[in-house]
Design a protein around this ligand. Sequence first.
Ligand code: SF4
Ligand code: SF4
Length: 425
Amino acid sequence: MFRLNSIRLNHSKNTAEIKTVPLPAPSYVKIPMAMHMGAPCTPLVKKGDRVLAGQKIGDSDAFFSAPVHASVSGTVKEISDYRLMNGTVCKAVEIEADEEQKTCEFTPPEITDRESFVKAVRESGICGLGGAGFPTHVKLSPKGEIDTLIINAAECEPFITSDYRQMMENPEDVLGGIRMIMKYLSVPKAILAIEGNKPEAISEFTKLTANEPEITVFRLPSTYPQGAEKVIIHSTTGRVVMEGQLPSDQKVIVMNVSTAAFIHRYAETGIPLISRRITVEGSAVGKPMNITAPIGTMVSEILKFTETDTEHMNKLIAGGPMMGACLFSADTPVVKTSNSFIAEKDYREPVQSACIRCGRCVRACSMNLMPLEIEKAFRRKDISALQSLKTGLCMNCGACTYVCPANRKLAETNQLAKALLPKKK
Ligand code: SF4
Ligand code: SF4
């Protein structure tokens, strides 16, 4: 059994009490065909086509994929190549928006049983909104029996409050999604796991579920990384997902809270995933807030709307400061997994020095890994040592890098080390 190490961070949830603001409709969107894990979609439209908001514009025959929908109405300007963060290239549908902003006729899906539920979830285009982008219908198709649904409402990264605003502004969607998953997948118990730094959400959901003993509101410690899948499973159930196992091997499904809420909203309205709630924060942002933005909106539009000092901005992160990825340009679109953009000014890259073998990185790692040894094995390209060091368990949480007094880029190195490991067949 692994021991749960964790670290304490400044939460800096400065936007927690600000109501979400809708971004004015953009004049142009660029919608990539790969915003989820799994097979990329093929565009279903061509240059010059007229599209309506909500129209399906990309799909794949693969089960491990999720369709893509137009987020605005307008004309397809181009089908272009788009380079993803991992360096691979997919197609993107560029749309010039029109004035009318017409939508498709949305019809709520007919859901009567498990099969029609999973089919509807796939049609909605939803994938994990917590950042991983795992297609939700795949998650809802486990091979074995599931006895517990864990709703991940930890939101343990500093700054990000988009899940919190979801919970406070649309609590009925959250509970509706939980009830639907429990009903159609025959899951007898659900745990809504919220970090202790969100007392109002804990109290609100405790009240709302007072007559539903099958749904428990669980207070997670306010330490990092409580939202990591293996960590939240252990914290809420005591179960351990071993290396190479899936949560379903431990009879649990873990789902992000905004994903669960979206499922309910889609079942009620038939509106597919075409927009996202996003936290915009950081020292360069004039008006930090949560916004809802159509998928495909350029990040530069969002920075303009939030009065960000782009002239002095020298770091732009998609995601949180711990696990997010730096963007080299704001000329990049909002994707399904975008939950936050952090714009910093006066950022200085920390200077690295030699490891002093203090062991802080080991004590910080909730997977009980030895980041300093992984770094050494990576430099030697010693694959057998990387395997013995269980490098595959690293979840890139960044805790080791955060605590290192020598500013070693440990989490980053671990990802490169993981890429050296033989792929599972
Ligand atoms: S925290 Fe940094 S300095 Fe300390 S042992 Fe780990 S790598 Fe070395
Ligand atoms: S990034 Fe990996 S090695 Fe570092 S603390 Fe997180 S899980 Fe452990």
